[in-house]
Design a protein around this ligand. Sequence first.
Ligand code: FAD
Ligand code: NAP
Length: 495
Amino acid sequence: MTPRCSWMWRRARCMLLGRSRSAATGRCLGAERTLTSTSHPPKICIVGSGPAGFYTAQHLLKHTQAVVDIYEKLPVPFGLVRFGVAPDHPEVKNVINTFTQTAHSERCCFIGNVTVGRDVTVEELRKAYDAIVLSYGAEDKRELEIPGEELPGVYSARDFVGWYNGLPDNRHLSPDLGSETAVILGQGNVALDIARILLSPLELLKKTDITQSALEAISHSRVKRVWLIGRRGPLQVAFTIKELREMIHLPGTRPINDPSDFYGLGDIVKDLPRPRKRLTELLVKSALEKPKERDCSHLAQSDREWGLRFFRKPVAVLLSEDGKRAAGVRLSVTRLEGVGDTAVAVPTGQVEEIRCGLILSSIGYKSVPISPVVPFRPNKGVIPNSMGRVQGTPGLYCSGWVKRGPTGVITTTMADSFDTAQALLEDIKSGALPLSEPRPGSSAIRELLLLRGIQTVSFSDWEKIDAVEVARGAEVGKPREKISDSEEMMRLICR
Ligand code: FAD
Ligand code: NAP
């Protein structure tokens, strides 16, 4: 029996036992019925339950009587808040409380374990709903497009982060942490997250929601030194000050930056725009200033180290002598043409090599097209839109990373999701989004999904999974022990 068939079977069994999915989601269906009998509030469908999906829903629910259904590919909600945000940043995950409030609204329904574009098409959703908001993020990795990228020992940040965060697709990654030197290509916040996870003392990680298997692997890790490689200079790093500060003060580690990279920057700093100014000041300070006495003992006791290498563009992954795996990376030395954020790295012709057994490519994420009927700009990896209105496709909207590209923190995503929701509301008001005939909403889609053998997951199902994760975590002193096997999640909700 395929997993999908077995879920179908269990679903039938659940129904026989009187614990049907419709019982679990009765609140949502009931709400739809009440609303449609009195008036015709819009039925809106959101694709993706990350910050963009939830913030769009929040705004729509607050300002209309709309019924909002959120379809999610995974059996669990919250997108990168669960599968991206670093385990040692629990405070960032507090947004989940707000999302949970939204999900508990009588007019909101979470429908998990449904991949739009595969289990149900965008066209089918368009027939069932008055409007669709595509908030499905940037799921893929950007490729380096250099020889050797596919070798064992080279991992994308997306997969590595997914692995330590319990993303079902990455649960078997099993990265090789057997070498002393690791190289991270890219100097963004994801690169710093990974460096921190690789170098953090185990006692710190043990108290987080990092998966047990990742903790186990890291406890045997031999990695002692991490280089973060940027193709441009210190004035172009993509990480932010809070994350740099955290790295500088990471217990048991010390920065090993080359002071010559920072000479002269002190004079430029005063003319920089504010966030960049403060970030550069900290970089310069940590590289050039003599550490204070109290910091000296911390540094002397540190047996792990990390450093930033600038003006180095990766051109090839080096092959080990036995020809089986990665053994290092070849870098082209660059110089900048132009100044500031828009400066471009051009090769000087000089190359150098770093020997290492672990290479992590952290050069960003990438959105993928979801349907031939949805316009997509592959070079930028975004859905072309104006204020969230998908170009040339009335009734279709987008928010979050698929709208503006894979950059920006949760608050940026919140602001752009509110903008999209506002554009949708204005279209309802102006008549640009006609609500002439009542739509069937989720009932039509559920019928299709049932026929296709897809078992959906409701928010209360997720709450069962959540409770098990929290209970398992409590046994080992962690906030939760994430379940990374989708099959196990589906078994839990049918119990
Ligand atoms: P996502 O969060 O990716 O949500 C998209 C959702 O859509 C996912 O749940 C996905 O499963 C679902 N989906 C995809 N395809 C389909 C489909 N076909 N059908 C149905 N559903 C689908 N920001 C901070 O403020 N603080 C941090 O500490 C922080 N850490 C980060 C760490 C990492 C590793 C990364 C990559 C980003 C981090 N960010 C952080 C940025 C933040 O996560 C993003 O701004 C935000 O998650 C983008 O929201 P989104 O909803 O557009 O995308
Ligand atoms: P990012 O911020 O865009 O950084 C990508 C890095 O990769 C940059 O240093 C970039 O250098 C480099 N790069 C891109 N293409 C390259 C190539 N072909 N060769 C070599 N280097 C290349 O992306 P990210 O780190 O994936 O982060 C995504 C977003 O999530 C960011 O907005 C980030 O702030 C956010 N985030 C936030 C947190 C947090 O708040 N704690 C944590 C994680 C992520 P160039 O500048 O030269 O292109």
